[in-house]
Design a protein around this ligand. Structure first.
Ligand code: ADP
Length: 679
């Protein structure tokens, strides 16, 4: 803009000179007046921008201050608010006098002050540039390019007419235009406009995140950049006294020698070398990679230049990755799981070491494709290819089993899992996955299946055996009870009746024992069923059947069913549990108690049935509460049963996912609480 304004000013001046009348000169002068009225504002604007005072330039206030007065002056000038004094001089032609009207004078001084301010700004900036030679050169060019026309212009067109009342010498526009063009051309000529040239300068070297050190042949430091000084915590003026060796933290003597050799080789053979080492810094040790190159001047090596890069973080990350890779490798080896990746686009496959071992090969021995097509049976290959093709299409995970015929003739079975990765267009680009050697697992599974089948056979035989034995055993007992009954009716002899009663008790006990064993065997083998249970019916029938127990008629059995919901569970197991608890409550009633009772409370909810079987019988000692649930445990020899009842009840509850607890006090009574889930 500034150059354009100069050019316009020059054009206006030229046109003014070639016209013949004062009026025509005034017209050209008025048309081109914006170029010289705003020249000062443009100068300051340029200087502010060039000296990087962007914040000031961008403020609307600055813009108003810069261009506001110019607009006012321009308006007054264009309106011919005051007379334009234009006189003819033989050499310069028509010249404008600006010394008659006060507004005109102020306007000229306004422009003068602005151009001088812009010069001051440029000078300050130029002197401030220290390290950057190229930038300083550029700044000098511009400052000189502006100073010459400005100084001559101020003298010729301001001081001479306004102070000495002599006609102005109209050369400013010409010199300003010429020098302005010359400056632009000079800057271009020396490539001072292009950034690529500036990249090579010292500022960049100083601030590069690499430590740059140059040393003499004796390894004394001759230069170190800002990053180096800061990282190593050095003081600039002490640098020349430091020997390069003092900076290093050698791991061993060999390390030190290796570095010395590198320096030697760099100097001797003028070659670039790389070396890994460590440096001491105020913040501790840093790992570095160093490259050295000879500094050559007039074909003679003057020293070595080192470029040092901090690789502490890189090394840490590298070690971490290595450790993780080792861990993964170990994990794959231990678990016999290999991993693979199929790059669909490039059609390349990568295998982990364990993947090779699963196929019976050493890592990298042959290409994965060759191994796969050689060791997997043909008919299985077809199936697997189909599965993978489908996965490429629907992007769903892959899961399949296949056989491997290893080169040593052994057969293996593997389980393959894979995951499809898609690109932004939803095309499958990669499938990654694992291969697990499940040969051993499969063998064990087959063995277990065989054993299971055998066990099932034995179980069903045992079941049949227990059933027929108990059935066959119980049948003669029933006949014996019948005979005892008939004999009892036929005899009046109290002695015989007593013996018959004893015999009957023993037979009933034996019958109960057989029934307990039968229940135990059923509970252990039979599957859990789901039946709808009506507790009222179930308990009433049960109590009716328990009447044969000695003294049962003396015990008051009360039943309370709080029916909250429909209850489903395995009816036969629930019957065994309740039957045992109620029979015990009757059996172990207190003979000294006048009102023996058994209270059964059933509370049904959607989730479970909570049942309490409480009695005021003989009770159980506190420390025996856990023991009574053990197999064949009886509190005393006088106990009437086999010691199996509570054990079977607990086992049956286990099958139903239920629980049983007891609260009892000797002499006072017992309370058994059971909880059965509602299925
Ligand atoms: P048994 O067939 O001997 O009754 P159980 O396993 O049913 O075997 O019971 C174990 C022992 O717990 C019994 O011998 C008895 O001494 C005691 N017992 C069980 N229920 C009660 C009860 N309601 N009152 C007092 N003692 C009981």
């Amino acid at each position: 803009m500034l150059t354009l304004a100069c050019a316009l000013w020059q054009t206006g001046d030229s046109l003014k000179r070639i016209v013949t009348t004062a009026t025509a000169a005034d017209i050209w002068d008025t048309i081109f007046s914006p170029s010289w009225i705003f020249i000062g504002s443009l100068c300051v604007h340029f200087s502010l921008t060039y000296t990087q005072r962007a914040r000031i330039v961008s403020s609307p206030f600055t813009i108003l201050l810069l261009y506001g007065p110019g607009i006012v002056f321009l308006s007054l000038y264009q309106m011919h608010y005051y007379e334009h004094i234009i006189q003819y001089f033989p050499f310069f032609g028509w010249v404008n006098f600006h010394n008659k009207n006060i507004i005109d004078v102020v306007q000229i001084y306004w422009v003068t002050v602005q151009v001088l301010v812009s010069l001051v700004l440029l000078f300050i900036h130029t002197f401030k540039i220290k390290n950057d030679k190229l930038l300083k050169k550029q700044s000098y060019f511009i400052t000189i390019g502006m100073t010459i026309p400005i100084v001559t212009g101020v003298v010729a067109e301001v001081i001479i007419p306004t102070l000495f009342h002599r006609p102005a010498i109209p050369v400013t526009s010409t010199s300003m235009s010429l020098l302005s063009f010359a400056t632009v051309m000079a800057l271009k000529r020396y490539k001072l406009f292009t950034v690529s040239e500036l990249i090579n300068n010292e500022t960049l070297i100083e601030t590069l995140p690499i430590i740059l050190i140059s040393v003499s042949e004796q390894k004394r430091i001759t230069y170190i950049n800002k990053t180096g000084i800061e990282t190593l915590g050095l003081i600039k003026k002490d640098i020349s006294a430091i020997n390069m060796n003092q900076l290093f933290l050698y791991k061993s003597k060999e390390d030190e020698m290796a570095f010395a050799k590198i320096c030697e080789r760099t100097i001797k053979y003028m070659q670039v070398e790389n070396f890994e080492s460590a440096l001491i810094t105020p913040n501790g040790k840093i790992d570095i990679i160093l490259s050295s190159a000879p500094i050559i001047n007039n074909n003679k090596v003057q020293g070595i230049l080192f470029a040092v890069r901090d690789i502490t973080e890189l090394k840490k990350t590298h070690e971490l990755i290595k450790k993780k890779e080792e861990l993964l490798e170990d994990a794959q080896q231990i678990s016999h799981v290999g991993s693979w990746e199929w790059n669909i686009r490039a059609n390349t496959v990568q295998w982990s070491d364990e993947q090779y071992r699963i196929y019976g090969y050493e890592p990298g021995e042959r290409s994965p494709f060759e191994i796969w097509s050689g060791e997997v049976p043909d008919e299985e290959q077809k199936i697997i290819k189909n599965i993978f093709q489908k996965a490429c299409f629907d992007h769903k995970p892959v899961s399949c089993y296949h056989k491997i015929l290893r080169p040593n003739g052994a057969e293996a079975i593997v389980h393959v899992h894979g995951k499809v990765t898609v690109d932004e267009n939803n095309n499958a680009i990669r499938i990654t996955g694992t291969t697990q050697d499940i040969t051993e697992l499969k063998q064990k599974e087959e063995m277990l299946q065989k054993q299971n089948e055998e066990l099932q056979k034995i179980n069903s035989e045992l079941d049949k055996f227990v059933y027929s034995v108990s059935h066959d055993l119980r049948a003669p007992l029933t006949s014996m009870l019948g005979i005892i009954e008939i004999t009892g009716e036929e005899t009046k002899d109290p002695f015989v009746t007593d013996h018959l009663n004893l015999l009957k008790t023993s037979i009933l006990k034996l019958d109960q024992f057989i029934l307990d064993i039968l229940n135990y065997s059923r509970n252990a083998r039979q599957e859990v069923k789901k039946d709808e249970i009506n507790f009222c019916d179930l308990l009433n029938g049960m109590i009716e059947n328990l009447k044969y127990i000695n003294n049962a008629h003396k015990v008051d059995v009360r039943v309370q069913v709080r029916n909250g919901a429909l209850f489903c569970s395995d009816k036969s197991r629930v019957s065994i549990i309740l039957n045992n608890l109620i029979a015990n409550a009757i059996r172990y009633s207190n003979p000294d108690n006048n009102n023996p009772y058994v209270e059964i409370i059933v509370d049904i909810t959607d989730r479970e049935a909570n049942i309490i079987v409480a009695d005021n019988g003989i009770g159980i000692d506190n420390n025996l509460h856990d023991k009574i649930f053990e197999m064949f445990y009886r509190v005393s020899e006088s106990s009437k049963g086999s010691g199996l009842g509570l054990y079977i009840a607990k086992e049956a509850l286990k099958k139903l996912n239920g629980t049983i607890t007891v609260e009892s006090e000797k002499g006072k009574g017992s309370s058994f609480k059971i909880s059965i889930p509602n299925s």
